[in-house]
Ligand binder design. Structure first.
Ligand code: ADP
Length: 493
């Protein structure tokens, strides 16, 4: 099988969140299974090129040029290439006065719709011009949603007409709602007709890029079975429920995998003390080290942690509540998070200032990969009180490190975390604590149950930790599910 991934992020070079880990992890696993995989990404000026070990000059010299029609004018892009984790990756660098990807930032620009329209146009042109004929093109989120639209309309008679498309929704909140200008930019006005293909379901004045991806792809996936069913409901579909229900026969949920090459306590180079199931006591050396590094008190208390983007999806007010609740109820708390949202950032900086003399907690407000590893290894619990969670990686990573998840019952959290006390699962599969309501009381109660178990039933707590460590959330099984979908649409392999 020959698969091309087209996405706006890929770890480790360009990572904002879980999307980057998925593109990297799935690509690597497909390649491990003997398939040919290539990845197409934007060439952001803020990419972390040092992580791929390529000298910047070699990387830049190894390039081809492509030209696309954009707003009726020729737009030239250079496509650089590099190998990341054994997969060939191509980076598209458009040359225009807009400096689309030279903004020192990945997203959040007023013209994001234009930036990623140019990316999609150039990616398809690159495949076409260089004679690449993949069996499947796999696109991710709204930023690459225009690719299936282009393939099924403008390119339907081109050499890429046999190529099938898979489109994955990583987060239904970000749909790429924009104006008709992107259709004009991509010269699609004449070919994309009819309200039902790309016009927003709720507001007909808008173009909805995600809807275009859904309509024109051969298969649609999202990142957990529970989230697939949630996104077809009025409560959680964010206006896309009608379209997703219409295409439910080509829509399915596949849980993301974790890349255990990067995330295994036995081999992790970013933690001071490696350990596994048989040497779990060494986890507590990491706890001690983390406390020292963070100037926290050494005390007989569990440490609750949060690692994640701080935005409304992640339940920021519940995180703040949990922190204060933990400190008042015999627990310590470590928070690692960052937020592009100014108000949320200020909210947490105030909290950090307020608690600056409290040696039972540590708040670190930035993105810090190394610290994330130490926290997964050093904490006893990880809290994830999300309003919604398409899949969630942090609970699965944490479990590998014997850190017990305390999560809200939603999306992929429901599919992966089974409450120690109340679950339909057998006791031997129970790996954490969960709660239903998006409320202070529900978070407090779940933390109370986890903390009581830690204090009063250490043997049970240890069993919960071990169950999480034993569970296999690697990419192997998930990649097989993607392969069987690719096979279904391409008729190959
Ligand atoms: P999302 O994709 O919604 O951001 P996920 O749980 O799917 O959330 O993935 C989050 C990924 O980003 C994990 O690998 C987590 O360790 C990492 N991460 C999130 N915030 C930070 C941070 N502040 N510093 C380091 N890593 C982070």
């Amino acid at each position: 099988m020959y698969v091309v991934m087209i996405a706006s992020e890929c770890a480790p070079v360009s990572k904002v969140g879980g999307l980057a880990d998925v593109v990297d992890g799935l690509s690597r696993e497909l390649a491990n299974k003997g398939h040919k995989v290539e990845v197409i990404l934007p060439y952001y000026d803020c990419m972390n090129l040092s992580t791929i070990g390529a000298a910047i000059n070699d990387f830049q010299n190894n390039s081809v040029q492509v030209s696309v029609q954009c707003n009726g004018k020729q737009l030239l892009s250079t496509v650089h290439s590099a190998v990341i984790h054994d997969n060939e990756c191509f980076f598209i660098k458009p040359h225009s006065q807009e400096r689309y990807f030279d903004r020192g930032i990945y997203y959040g620009q007023r013209d994001d719709d234009e930036r990623f329209t140019v990316f999609c146009l150039s990616a398809v042109e690159f495949l076409s011009e260089t004679g690449r004929r993949p069996d499947v093109i796999h696109c991710h989120d709204w930023q690459s949603a225009l690719v299936p639209v282009l393939l099924k309309t403008k390119h339907r008679h081109s050499a890429l007409s046999q190529t099938k498309t898979c489109y994955t929704i990583h987060n239904i909140w970000h749909q790429g709602k924009t104006s008709e200008k992107v259709l004009k930019m991509a010269d699609l006005e004449q070919v994309v007709t009819g309200k039902d293909s790309i016009v927003d379901d709720s507001d007909h004045a808008y173009i909805n890029l995600m809807k275009g991806g859904i309509t024109y792809s051969d298969i649609i996936t999202t990142v957990s079975p529970k989230y697939a069913s949630e996104t077809m409901t009025n409560q959680m579909g964010e206006g896309m429920q009608k379209t997703l229900s219409k295409y439910s026969d080509k829509y399915t949920g596949i849980i993301n995998g974790v890349d255990y090459d990067s995330w295994s306590p036995a081999t992790d180079k970013l933690i001071p003390f490696n350990y596994d199931i048989d040497s779990i006591e060494d986890k507590y050396k990491n706890k001690e080290h983390m406390r020292k590094k963070m100037s926290m008190k050494q005390d007989f208390k569990p440490i609750v942690s949060v690692v994640g983007r701080l935005d409304m999806q992640k339940g920021v007010h519940l995180i703040r509540h949990a922190l204060l609740y933990s400190l008042n109820n015999g627990m310590q708390f470590v928070l690692l998070g960052s937020s592009p949202d100014k108000e949320i950032d200020i909210y947490f900086h105030h909290l950090k200032h307020y608690l600056k003399d409290n040696h039972d907690c540590h708040i670190h407000l930035s993105h810090d990969e190394e610290l994330a590893h130490l926290i997964y290894a050093g904490a006893d619990m990880i809290l994830i009180p999300s309003l919604f969670e398409p899949c969630g990686l942090t609970q699965m990573i944490a479990m590998r490190y014997g850190t017990v998840p305390v999560v809200r019952n939603t999306g992929g959290l429901s599919d992966t975390v089974f409450d120690a006390e109340v679950s339909v699962k057998p006791v031997t599969d129970r790996n954490g604590f969960s709660f239903d309501d998006f409320s202070y009381d529900a978070v407090s109660l779940a933390l109370k149950r986890a903390s009581m178990t830690w204090h009063e039933k250490p043997h049970t707590f240890r069993e919960i930790m071990l169950t999480g460590m034993r569970t296999d959330y690697s990419w192997g099984a998930s990649a097989d599910k993607y392969l069987s979908l690719y096979n279904r649409i391409s008729g190959k392999w």
